[in-house]
Write a protein that binds this ligand. Structure first.
Ligand code: ADP
Ligand code: MG
Length: 738
C-alpha cells in the first residue's frame, strides 16, 4: 500500500475502544467537553497529565508566613475562603479584589488588581483553596499574596471544618490539572479532573496496555506503564513521581527515536547518489571575484559540503546560520560544483517574492560566470513559462530558482543533481520519494536561519548532517533595539524622518492576524494611507503585502532597492531573506503580537550595510485584554508576560542562538519547531532540552532495536510493535516526520 512502510500492519483491538462513558463521573456533557480537548478514550484521559503538584514541603501555616517573605521561593497556604470584596483604591481609583483566607493559625489577604470582574464571582465562602505566591507585605506590614495562583481543593461547605492534620501531615502529593472556564462550567476544574482521573485509573489495566518490552524496562530501570500512570497522577511520594516521569518521558522519546530510526532506513536505503568532482573552475572564478573574503565559518561549511558531494551517498545536510551570516554564497558555490559536473540545480524558497530575490541575487553574483539561471514562478506569462520549462527539460537551464512547485509540479528536469532549500525546516520523505519516482536521487542542502542547539538538531533532524555558520561577516555594527509604547510613536516617526534626511531608508511592519487575510489587508492599507497622508506627507511610501501580484511586488521591491521609495510599509511578507543594505530602520508595529523568531527574522532585514541600524518595537500590551476578552485573567496576564519577555529578549541580545533558546523555553519544542512541518510530536511530558540524557538512552535503544529486529517480529517486541503501529506509524508513512 505504501512504499515507505517499514513494517506490515496487523489487526488488533484499538485502545480507543474504551470510551470515556465507562468512567464514573463522566456523562454526556463532560464527555463532550473532554472530546473538545482531544480526549476521546480512557487512555487519552489517563494521558492528561498534571501540569504541577501541590508539594507538601512548601505548604506553610499562615502564622509562619513572615519567615518566608524573603526566601525567594513561592509558598503555598491551604485555607478556607473567609471573606471577599471589591474595593476601589482611594489613591489610584482602580478596582481591587480582596480575598481573605483562613487556616487554623490565622488569616491571609490575597489581592488582585486585574481581572476583577472574573474573580468577584469565582469563589465561595467556605471553599477550600490552596494559594501559592511569593509572600509580600501590604502597607501596614501585614503579609499578603498578590495575584497568587490558586487551586480548588474541595467544594464549599463540604465539611464543616477541614481535617487540617491530614492536609498538613499525611496528605499525598496533590496533582493540579489545567482547566478553563469552559471546562469549569461542567465541573472539570482541577478538582473535577482529580475525581474523574481517580475513577479512570480503575480501568487502566484494560484501557492501557504496556508499550515497552521487559528487557528495555529492566535495562533502564523503568516501572511498568500502569504503575507509572498511577504515580504520575497520585504519587505515593516524590520518588515514585520521579520514576513515573522518567518512564513516561522515555516512552515519548523512545517512540520518536524509533520513528527516526525507520526514517533513516527509508531515506538511506541502498540508493546511490552522484559522485561529484568538487574541483570547480566556476566556483573558483566566483570565489575570486567576490568583493569580500569568506569567513572561516563559511569556508569550514563549504568544505563539509564538498566532502558530502564527493561521496556516492546522497548528501542530506542541514545548513544553519543566523540571518546575514552568508548562507547564500555558500550554497551558490555548491551549485556551481553541480553545474560544472553537468547537473542541474533546483533552488527553492518558501515564497515567490523570495524566489525572485534569490534569482536576482544569483544573477548578480554570476554576472561574469557562464551559467544559465532561470526563474520559475506561478505568476509568469505563459510564453515565458513555456520557455523556462523547455530550458529545464533540455538541460539548458542550469540553476532553476522557484518555490516548492519546482519539484512538486510536473516539471521534468533533464538531469537534476542538487536541491537547495532556503528557510525551510524540512525536506520531507514525500518529496524525496517523489524525486526518486522520477528516477532522481539528488544531493539535498537545507538552509535555515533558525538556530538550534546542535545536540537537539541531531535528535530532531534524525538523519540529517548538520553544518553551522557560527560567525558573522566582519565590520557589521550590532543593531540597536528599543521598545516604545503607543504614546511614544510621534518620537519614533520623527526619528525615522531624521534618518531618511540622512539618506537612509526604513521598513514599517504590521502584524498579520490570521483570522482574515482580507481584514488584514484592509488594516495595512488604511495604515499605509494614513502614514503617507498624515505622518510622512513629504516622503514616498510603498506598500507590500502577500495579496499583491508578483509583478507589483517586484516593482515595489525594485523601487525600494533603488531608493525611490523611502519607507516600505509591509505585512510580514518581508520576513525572510530580503536584502537591502541602505535600509537601516526596522519599525515593528504591535510587536507584542509577533513570535520571537519572527521578530529576529524581521530585525535581520536591517544591519546589512556599514551604517548603524535600528530596530524599534512598538508595543501595545493592552491588545491582549481586548483580544482575549472572557479568558481567565491569569492566562491573559501570562500571555502579556510572555510577550514582554519576548521584546526584552530582543533588546538584550542579537545572538540568534540565545534568542532561539529563550524562544524554545517560552514556546516549548513542539511549537518551536512547528509540529506540522517538522514532525516533532508535541510532547506531553518529555523536554528536548532538559532530558538530553534520556534522549541518548532512548535513541540507543531504538536504533539497536531496528538494527536487530527491523520487523519487530520477536514476541517480546510485540507491545512495542503494537503501540508503534497504533500511534506512530501513520505519521511515518505520510512523511510527516520528515
Ligand atoms: P543569509 O545567511 O541571511 O541568507 P546572505 O547570504 O543573504 O545571508 O548574506 C547577507 C549579506 O552578507 C549579503 O549581502 C552577502 O553578500 C553578504 N556577505 C556574505 N558573506 C560575506 C562575507 N564573508 N563578508 C562580507 N559580506 C558577506
Ligand atoms: Mg538568506
Amino acid at each position: 500500500m505504501n512504499r515507505t512502510s517499514p513494517i506490515k500492519s496487523t489487526s488488533y483491538q484499538k485502545q480507543s475502544d474504551h470510551p470515556l462513558q465507562y468512567v464514573k463521573g463522566i456523562g454526556p456533557k463532560r464527555s463532550a467537553a473532554l472530546q473538545e480537548l482531544g480526549i476521546h478514550s480512557i487512555r487519552d484521559l489517563l494521558y492528561y497529565f498534571p501540569f504541577d503538584y501541590l508539594d507538601r514541603s512548601s505548604i506553610v501555616a499562615i502564622k509562619d508566613l513572615p519567615k518566608h517573605v524573603d526566601s525567594g521561593k513561592p509558598v503555598t497556604v491551604i485555607g478556607q475562603v473567609y471573606r471577599q470584596e471589591v474595593r476601589r483604591s482611594r489613591r489610584t481609583k482602580r478596582m481591587i479584589f480582596f480575598l481573605t483566607i483562613k487556616d487554623q493559625t490565622g488569616y491571609l489577604s490575597c489581592v488582585w488588581f486585574e481581572g476583577i470582574q472574573w474573580y468577584k464571582d469565582a469563589f465561595e465562602v467556605g471553599e477550600l483553596l490552596a494559594v501559592s505566591s511569593y509572600a509580600d507585605f501590604d502597607k501596614l506590614g501585614r503579609v499578603q499574596f498578590t495575584h497568587p495562583e490558586f487551586d480548588r481543593l474541595k467544594g464549599a461547605m463540604e465539611e464543616d471544618e477541614p481535617d487540617w492534620g491530614k492536609l498538613f501531615n499525611t496528605g499525598a502529593i496533590i496533582p493540579k490539572y489545567r482547566s478553563s472556564s469552559e471546562l469549569g462550567k461542567v465541573g472539570l476544574d482541577s478538582r473535577g479532573f482529580r475525581r474523574i482521573i481517580r475513577n479512570a485509573l480503575k480501568h487502566s489495566a484494560r484501557a492501557v496496555e504496556e508499550t515497552l518490552s521487559e528487557d528495555i524496562r529492566t535495562r533502564n530501570r523503568l516501572p511498568e506503564l500502569s504503575v507509572a500512570l498511577q504515580n504520575i497522577h497520585f504519587p505515593a511520594d516524590a520518588h515514585a513521581l520521579s520514576l513515573a516521569r522518567q518512564r513516561l518521558k522515555f516512552d515519548e522519546l523512545f517512540f520518536l527515536q524509533l520513528m527516526l530510526a525507520y526514517r533513516k532506513q527509508v531515506v538511506d536505503g541502498a540508493v546511490k547518489g552522484i559522485t561529484y568532482t568538487v574541483e570547480s573552475k566556476l566556483a573558483r572564478q566566483l570565489a575570486d571575484s567576490l568583493p569580500f573574503t569568506l569567513t572561516h565559518a563559511q569556508r569550514k561549511v563549504i568544505n563539509e559540503i564538498a566532502d558530502d558531494m564527493k561521496q556516492s551517498k546522497p548528501m542530506n545536510r542541514l545548513l544553519q546560520g543566523d540571518v546575514g551570516s552568508g548562507k547564500t554564497i555558500v550554497a551558490l558555490l555548491a551549485m556551481l560544483v553541480a553545474v560544472e559536473n553537468g547537473y542541474q540545480v533546483a533552488f527553492m524558497a518558501p515564497t515567490e517574492i523570495l524566489a525572485e530575490q534569490h534569482f536576482r541575487t544569483l544573477a548578480a553574483y554570476l554576472n561574469n560566470v557562464p551559467v544559465n539561471v532561470r526563474l520559475l514562478v506561478g505568476a509568469q506569462k505563459k510564453k515565458l513559462r513555456e520557455d523556462v520549462l523547455e530550458d529545464i527539460r533540455s538541460g539548458r537551464g542550469h540553476i532553476i530558482v522557484g518555490t516548492h512547485a519546482v519539484i512538486e509540479e510536473q516539471v521534468a528536469f533533464a538531469k537534476l543533481g542538487l536541491v537547495v532549500i532556503d528557510e525551510q525546516h524540512r525536506f520531507g520523505v514525500m518529496q524525496r520519494a517523489l524525486l526518486r519516482e522520477k528516477g532522481m536521487n539528488p544531493d539535498v542542502l537545507v538552509m535555515t536561519a533558525t538556530p538550534i542547539p546542535r545536540t537537539l538538531a541531531l535528535t530532531v533532524y534524525g538523519d540529517l548532517d548538520v553544518s553551522v555558520i557560527d560567525e558573522m561577516p566582519a565590520h557589521r555594527k550590532p543593531i540597536k533595539t528599543a521598545i516604545r509604547l503607543e504614546n511614544q510613536k510621534q518620537k519614533v516617526y520623527d526619528f525615522v524622518k531624521e534618518e531618511i534626511r540622512r539618506g537612509r531608508q526604513a521598513y514599517i511592519v504590521f502584524p498579520l492576524i490570521e483570522e482574515s487575510e482580507k481584514v488584514d489587508l484592509k488594516a495595512a492599507t488604511v495604515e499605509f494611507e494614513q502614514l503617507q497622508a498624515e505622518v510622512f506627507p513629504e516622503l514616498t511610501l510603498g506598500l507590500l503585502h502577500g495579496r499583491m501580484k508578483s509583478e507589483q511586488k517586484e516593482k515595489i521591491m525594485l523601487d525600494f532597492k533603488a531608493g525611490t521609495i523611502h519607507v516600505l510599509v509591509a505585512t510580514t511578507v518581508i520576513e525572510v531573506g530580503i536584502d537591502i543594505p541602505n535600509a537601516t530602520i526596522m519599525i515593528i508595529e504591535n510587536a507584542e503580537r509577533f513570535g520571537l523568531s519572527q521578530l529576529h527574522q524581521l530585525r535581520g532585514r536591517v544591519g546589512r550595510g556599514a551604517d548603524q541600524s535600528y530596530c524599534i518595537l512598538t508595543a501595545n500590551y493592552g491588545w491582549f485584554d481586548k483580544h482575549h476578552k472572557g479568558l481567565d485573567p491569569g492566562e491573559v496576564k501570562q500571555e502579556k508576560d510572555v510577550a514582554r519577555k519576548r521584546l526584552e529578549t530582543m533588546v538584550a541580545t542579537t545572538d540568534g542562538f540565545k534568542i532561539a533558546e529563550v524562544d524554545l523555553e517560552l514556546r516549548g519544542p513542539g511549537e518551536f519547531f512547528g509540529t506540522r512541518q517538522s514532525g516533532v510530536p508535541a510532547f506531553k511530558i518529555a523536554n528536548l532540552i532538559e532530558d538530553s540524557a534520556l534522549i541518548t538512552l532512548s535513541r540507543k535503544e531504538a536504533f539497536a532495536l531496528v538494527a536487530n529486529d527491523p520487523q519487530l517480529r520477536a514476541a517480546s517486541h510485540a507491545p512495542i510493535r503494537k503501540h508503534f503501529e497504533e500511534q506512530y506509524k501513520e505519521a511515518l508513512e505520510l512523511g510527516k516526520i520528515g
